[in-house]
Design a protein around this ligand. Structure first.
Ligand SMILES: *[C@@H]1O[C@H](CO)[C@@H](O)[C@H](O)[C@H]1NC(C)=O
Ligand SMILES: *[C@@H]1O[C@H](CO)[C@@H](O)[C@H](O)[C@H]1NC(C)=O
Ligand SMILES: *[C@@H]1O[C@H](CO)[C@@H](O)[C@H](O)[C@H]1NC(C)=O
Ligand SMILES: *[C@@H]1O[C@H](CO)[C@@H](O)[C@H](O)[C@H]1NC(C)=O
Ligand SMILES: *[C@@H]1O[C@H](CO)[C@@H](O)[C@H](O)[C@H]1NC(C)=O
Ligand SMILES: *[C@@H]1O[C@H](CO)[C@@H](O)[C@H](O)[C@H]1NC(C)=O
Length: 548
């Protein structure tokens, strides 16, 4: 068996051309990655069944396992993902309440045991090894804010038997019981409990040294035992932020993305500046919804500008448009055009895409628990339209990054804003990705928009979604035919070899090789300095915003 160090070095070379270190993966290691989020109980079963019933409303265990996940890695890798995040692994409270069981993994009982519904120690070791042998990273969703206990309606203040919880087995490890009354008051949110009177979630006293050390010791051991490359921190908003920082430091600064469910860019900025390298990008998520399920594109363009100007590192954020806590996109509108635009933006905007299982199958669960559909019931359809779209988006993103690591240092700029269109550019001039999005329905008719800010005059570009070629005219205008709410994604045609898109070869090709092979005109390679371009685009973008 290969050592973890060897596997990682290989993976690093294959995927990013970087030499990965033997220690846990860092933020830089994660930036080029793209994550598929599974909920183990609902992703795949050991028996491979595609018919086993799963009534999401009942909220019971449906039989998904780590072994089942191993058997479905082709399905995940077929979309181009090179990292998987699984739901929490530890033993949860047993028993059933009016809204179900702990199938999701967010009700911790004993940190020292695994959740036996999902499999054994060996199964989890094998899952980790299977991922690494494919050059994929392994991320674990992690609960450090609270434990759980069933009081089933009795007052949590007096009915929790703390001795049943491991290792935090007495009340001293917890904040004194209180209900959160104001979720926007950080102190209240951090010191009171997030549960209810049926399943209270005793809130760990994470300001305390003993609690911090026990959690760090536990996580260190899990990371080592299962060769984990990164963590999602559940309910990070409800943990005192000082501990988030200590937690990362205690774990050799392994990459972690912390869930702070807030819409304000300033809050993200505060966390990223002071406490944690990455957060799921909730401010952008809320504006994605506004833009593509509610026709309000203005706010998304604005949020993009705010992000770039206020955040220390937008490219370290985790980009998502669905997750296990939020209504799925198709629950707002069944229109495929909306789902496509949402996915294009989610995956090509700055940050590490994190796509929740089932988004590729256009599932429509409208809230918890209906958004936790069993994926096996879709029969893992690899012909699904969004499955194929995601594969293309992962390809163009990886290709742009392969041609220059600077792709993840550059942040997205707004270059066009129409009544129902938005266009963004990301990457160095000459090999940037330009996406043109629409909030129109798939029933809408054809028209044309002129992008006056895109590539240099004369550049030949390909829309990699439709595989159509275009040439930017002498004045530098790219005329884009729009129809049926379809998104467009452009890349210079001469730089597409190696991408595997639109008939171009796939493989390991460098920018230098592309430049020598493809005798294109000098217009295509004139590189504006990044700073020059940024200033220019900023001026353009600012003028858009002032107009609104
Ligand atoms: C890709 O190409 C580069 C430069 O030609 C080389 O250093 C690297 O090892 C190659 N990677 C793989 C996985 O072949
Ligand atoms: C799922 O369970 C709920 C609650 O028990 C029930 O009302 C509903 O009919 C069930 N749905 C199906 C399809 O069996
Ligand atoms: C909680 O109470 C319900 C009835 O209200 C009962 O059906 C269920 O078994 C109880 N659960 C536990 C774990 O005690
Ligand atoms: C705490 O809040 C929950 C949810 O808002 C509510 O159902 C419950 O009655 C409250 N419990 C107490 C003891 O105030
Ligand atoms: C959609 O937009 C309208 C008006 O622009 C607003 O009133 C409404 O709250 C928005 N809907 C959602 C779900 O945000
Ligand atoms: C687009 O251009 C490339 C490179 O010149 C060419 O191979 C391809 O056939 C063209 N595609 C279409 C649809 O014209």
């Amino acid at each position: 068996m290969m050592s973890r160090c060897t596997i990682h070095s290989l993976a690093g070379l294959m995927i990013t051309g970087l030499i990965a270190s033997a220690s846990a993966a860092s933020t830089a290691d994660w930036k080029p990655r793209s994550i598929y989020q599974t909920m183990t109980d609902r992703f795949a079963r050991t028996d491979g069944s595609t018919t086993a019933p799963c009534n999401t409303t009942e909220g019971l265990y449906c039989g998904g396992t780590w072994r089942g996940t191993i058997d479905k890695l082709d399905y995940i890798q077929g979309m181009g993902f090179d990292a998987v995040m699984i739901s929490p692994i530890i033993e949860n409270i047993h028993g059933r309440v009016e809204y179900g069981e702990a199938y999701h993994g967010y009700w911790p009982l004993n940190l020292n045991n695994l959740n036996s519904h999902f499999g054994t120690h060996q199964d989890l070791v094998d899952l980790s090894a299977a991922l690494h042998s494919r050059g994929m990273y392994f991320m674990m969703d992690t609960v450090i804010n609270n434990m759980a206990y069933i009081t089933n309606g009795s007052n949590p203040a007096t009915h929790i038997d703390y001795s049943a919880l491991t290792p935090f087995n007495n009340a001293d490890y917890y904040h004194p019981y209180c209900n959160i009354t104001d979720w926007n008051d950080m102190k209240d949110a951090q010191e009171c409990q997030t549960g209810d009177d049926v399943v209270p979630l005793p809130d760990l006293f994470t300001e305390h040294e003993d609690v911090q050390q026990l959690l760090i010791k536990w996580a260190k051991n899990a990371i080592k035992t299962y060769s984990i490359d990164g963590l999602r921190i559940d309910a990070a908003k409800h943990v005192n932020p000082g501990f988030l920082k200590n937690f990362a430091e205690g774990l050799d600064n392994i990459f972690m993305t912390g869930e702070v469910l807030e819409g304000a860019v300033s809050i993200m900025s505060d966390y990223q500046s002071n406490y944690i390298a990455s957060l799921p990008n909730y401010p952008i998520y809320f504006q994605i919804l506004q833009a593509f399920t509610n026709g309000s594109t203005v706010v998304l363009a604005k949020a993009v500008e705010e992000m770039r100007m206020q955040l220390p590192d937008v490219n370290a954020m985790a980009s998502f448009s669905e997750n296990h806590d939020k209504a799925r996109i198709a629950s707002y509108t069944q229109d495929m055009a909306a789902s496509k635009n949402v996915l294009v933006f989610t995956m090509l905007f700055d940050g590490i895409p994190m796509i929740y299982q089932g988004q590729e199958q256009h599932l429509a669960g409208n809230s918890v628990p209906k958004n936790r559909e069993a994926i096996w019931l879709t029969k893992y359809d690899t012909d699904a339209e969004l499955y194929k779209l995601i594969a293309k988006l992962n390809r163009i993103r990886s290709h742009a990054a392969l041609l220059g690591e600077d792709y993840f240092e550059d942040s997205t700029h707004t270059i066009y804003q129409g009544e129902s269109e938005l266009a963004f550019t990301k990457g160095v001039q000459g090999r940037q990705v330009v996406m043109v999005l629409s909030s129109q329905p798939s029933t809408s008719s054809a028209y044309t928009i002129d992008l006056t800010v895109s590539y240099n005059a004369g550049t030949r570009v390909t829309d990699v979604l439709a595989c159509k070629n275009y040439t930017v005219d002498n004045l530098g205008t790219l005329r884009v035919p729009m129809a049926k709410g379809e998104p467009r994604v452009f890349f210079p045609t001469n730089f597409l070899d190696g991408s595997g898109l639109c008939g171009h070869s796939s493989g390991n090709i460098s920018l230098a090789q592309l430049k020598t092979h493809s005798g294109f005109t000098s217009a295509g390679v004139q590189l504006m300095s990044t700073t020059g371009l940024a200033t220019f685009l900023l001026a353009v973008a600012t003028s858009f915003i002032t107009l609104l």
